[in-house]
Write a protein that binds this ligand. Structure first.
Ligand SMILES: [Zn+2]
Length: 86
C-alpha cells in the first residue's frame, strides 16, 4: 500500500481519538513499532513494515506523553486481540 492510499484509508477507518474515543479528530498519525515481533502474525518479511494508523483529538494531541500513551494503547489492544498468538 502506498502512503497516499494508506492515508486515504485512515480517513474512514480512523474517526475517533485513540486515547479518549472522542470526535472530531485533530490529527492523524502512524505508529511504526520498533519491534515487529511484538505484533500478531510475527516478524514481517524483509522490506515490509507494519504500521498502525491512529487519530488524536485536539485535547489529547496536546498531551506531553503522546508517544508513550499511543504506544501503550496500541500494544494493549494487540495483547487483547483474539488474533494474538501465545
Ligand atoms: Zn482525545
Amino acid at each position: 500500500m502506498k502512503i497516499e492510499e494508506a492515508w486515504a484509508f485512515t480517513s474512514w477507518a480512523v474517526d475517533r481519538c485513540l486515547l479518549c474515543g472522542q470526535k472530531p479528530l485533530r490529527y492523524r498519525g502512524v505508529f511504526l513499532p520498533n519491534d515487529p515481533e511484538l505484533w500478531p502474525g510475527g516478524p514481517l518479511a524483509p522490506g515490509k513494515i507494519r504500521s498502525f494508523w491512529y487519530g488524536l483529538c485536539k485535547k489529547c494531541a496536546k498531551r506531553k506523553d503522546v508517544p508513550e500513551a499511543v504506544e501503550a494503547v496500541i500494544l494493549r489492544d494487540q495483547t487483547h486481540s483474539p488474533d494474538t498468538r501465545h
